[in-house]
Design a protein around this ligand. Structure first.
Ligand SMILES: O=C(O)c1cc(C(=O)O)c2c(n1)C(=O)C(=O)c1cc(C(=O)O)[nH]c1-2
Ligand SMILES: [Ca+2]
Length: 562
């Protein structure tokens, strides 16, 4: 069939399918399928697997990885590898056979040389009779669903100034919304909407205001720092049909670790922004870490849920930030409702202001924030140690919300790290296609992980399942009372959603770096996950995770059944 806006709005009416990147517009990654449940999950076994390509390297990367969420529609599955090839599989008879592969011939060295954090592609979207996808080298591609032929493509991001694309598109009506990556190379971030009928751009909203625009006064330097101010949008946002608002997380300011280069709060970096879907006009924002000196990129999804708080029903946007706090905002106004640390160690601030949600040690009279002593690397004290480390808290891997239990599950990175500052010089340090970070990280202690569960009505942590390695893949939760997640040392785990007790695990012995999802064919439920450790880990963080250097590159899909 054709993918319509009607179907996208009512994804819950076809639970056998998985038609959105995050499961639905609200980004809950919750499925009402319950044939696999706490009673029988112990009998889950592998059904079939499929080998993808895309493992070859390019630019600064020795190999590709898999971070995508499969899309399933009526007996067909659509998956991507890191270089943006799209594979359509026939999954209608309990196995998976390739129907077609669309290879976009991504310019691997050109794009891979300016991809900060891996050869990443997080998946496709469906619109009418087309599959909509991105490539690392900046293209939006519409592929004919039946034939696998490319119908058209357009260059949305420009790798000559280090703009790349790693996120999946978001479809709202006839628009495909594209987010950009490149804040470690001095880009000026944006979201762009392409009309899929006319193949033309309808709006492009920069996440860093230029002089004269609202928020421009939060760039208080005298050398146009806003032009290279970062603020990427590399994780797919959510959409609230009631208000017609797209809610999207914005990444770190640039340069990452030389905050003195960019005095001011640096809007809209490290913020949630809500934009009118038709025009891209920013209606509200909430900034999580003003003048961020830590690389606490806030790109993660916002999960739109309704929950009672103190007896009143609230319309919330939930967000787990790299800064270590989980937040609930009012999704219609952006107003702060609650914030809770979800990591074991959080040293950069003593907490959040109950009214504003700002860090307690944020000082509005200062242009350059100092936060907790010793945690910031700056020009005077060039070495800082902070928890969570710059990978987070929680990085891009998506959370999941279970409405039966009103619980929200966060894939946690338990980490601290050391940052060294390097002073960036106006007019000299920024060069197109070169790093513009103002310093760099190193790992002085082991990095582990956990699944944290938060009761959304109270904002309190109600359980934690610790893991030996950080969680780099994301979470699925189901009406079967289960939470699924993968670990980078290769285990797919099923936990009891209520108690977080381990109910089942399967060793792939390859790195899980992608979110699990579920679907049904002929009344039979399956769990699927892409397997292939890539992303930022192999280059940046392997020092803090002894053992992961033994995980070989791979590029597989695994599917499980009872
Ligand atoms: O600021 C950016 O533009 C940007 C992009 C990406 C990306 O596109 O994957 C990552 C990051 N930053 C980043 O800071 C980061 O830690 C990171 C981890 C990963 C990954 O896939 O494992 N990507 C990215
Ligand atoms: Ca970043």
């Amino acid at each position: 069939g054709e993918m319509t806006q009607e179907r996208l709005l009512n994804a819950g009416a076809e639970p056998q399918n998985w038609i959105h990147h995050h499961g639905n517009y609200a980004a809950t990654r919750y499925s009402t399928l319950d044939k696999i449940n706490t009673e029988n999950v112990g009998d889950l076994k592998m059904a079939w697997s499929f080998a993808l390509g895309g493992v070859e390297g390019g630019g600064i990367w020795p190999h590709g990885g898999l971070e995508g969420t499969p899309i399933v529609e009526d007996g067909a599955m659509y998956i991507t590898d890191g270089w943006g090839s799209v594979y359509k599989l026939d999954i209608s008879d309990g196995s998976g056979k390739l129907i077609w592969k669309m290879n976009p011939e991504t310019d691997k060295d050109w794009a891979g040389a300016v991809a900060c954090c891996g050869v990443n592609n997080r998946g496709v979207a469906l619109w009418k009779d087309k599959v909509i996808s991105h490539t690392l080298d900046g293209r939006l591609i519409a592929t004919d669903k039946e034939t696998g032929e490319v119908a058209w493509e357009r260059e949305v991001a420009d790798p000559s100034i280090s703009e790349t694309i790693t996120g999946a598109p978001l479809i709202v009506g006839d628009l495909a919304i594209t987010g950009v990556a490149g804040a470690e190379y001095g880009i000026r971030g944006w979201l762009a909407a392409t009309d899929l009928n006319t193949e033309e751009e309808v709006w492009r909203r920069h996440t860093i205001p230029q002089p004269g625009e609202p928020g421009a006064d939060t760039w208080a330097d005298d050398h146009d720092a806003w032009k290279n101010g970062g603020g990427s949008t590399w994780v797919t946002g959510s959409y609230d049909p009631e208000t017609n608002l797209i809610i999207w997380g914005v990444g770190n300011p640039g340069p990452d670790w030389d905050a003195e280069y960019r005095p001011g709060d640096n809007l809209y970096t490290n913020s949630a922004i809500a934009l009118k879907a038709d025009t891209g006009e920013i209606v509200w924002h909430h900034q999580y870490t003003p003048n961020d000196p830590y690389d606490y990129d806030s790109v993660s999804e916002h999960v739109l849920v309704n929950a009672p708080i103190d007896g009143d029903e609230h319309k919330l946007a939930l967000h787990a930030d790299r800064n270590g706090f989980g937040y609930a905002l009012d999704r219609e106004t952006g107003e702060f409702i609650w914030g809770t640390p979800f990591v074991e160690e959080l040293t950069w601030t003593p907490g959040l202001d109950e009214e504003t949600g700002l860090p307690l040690n944020y000082d509005r009279t200062k242009k350059v924030q100092t936060y907790a002593q010793g945690t910031v690397a700056n020009r005077e004290n060039p070495v800082g140690v902070t928890c969570p480390g710059n990978m987070g808290g929680k990085n891009w891997p998506p959370t999941a919300y279970n409405p039966d239990l009103k619980r929200w599950y966060i894939p946690v990175i338990e980490s601290c790290n050391t940052i060294t500052n390097e002073e960036m010089v106006p007019g000299e340090s920024y060069k197109p296609r070169e790093w513009f970070t103002g310093g760099g990280p190193s790992q002085h202690q082991p990095i582990t992980g956990s699944v944290a569960a938060i009761d959304v009505s109270t904002g309190k942590i109600v359980g934690k399942y610790p893991t030996d390695y950080p969680l780099l893949g994301g979470i699925l939760t189901t009406a079967g009372g289960l939470v699924f997640t993968g670990t980078p040392d290769g285990k797919l785990l099923a936990l009891d959603a209520d108690t977080l007790e381990l109910k089942w695990q399967f060793h792939t012995n390859a790195g899980l770096n992608a979110p699990p999802m579920t679907y049904e064919v002929d009344g039979k439920q399956y769990i699927a996950i892409l397997v292939g450790l890539g992303g930022a880990w192999p280059k940046w963080f392997v020092d803090g995770t002894k053992g992961l250097e033994k995980i070989e590159p791979s590029s597989m899909l695994y599917v499980f059944e009872l």
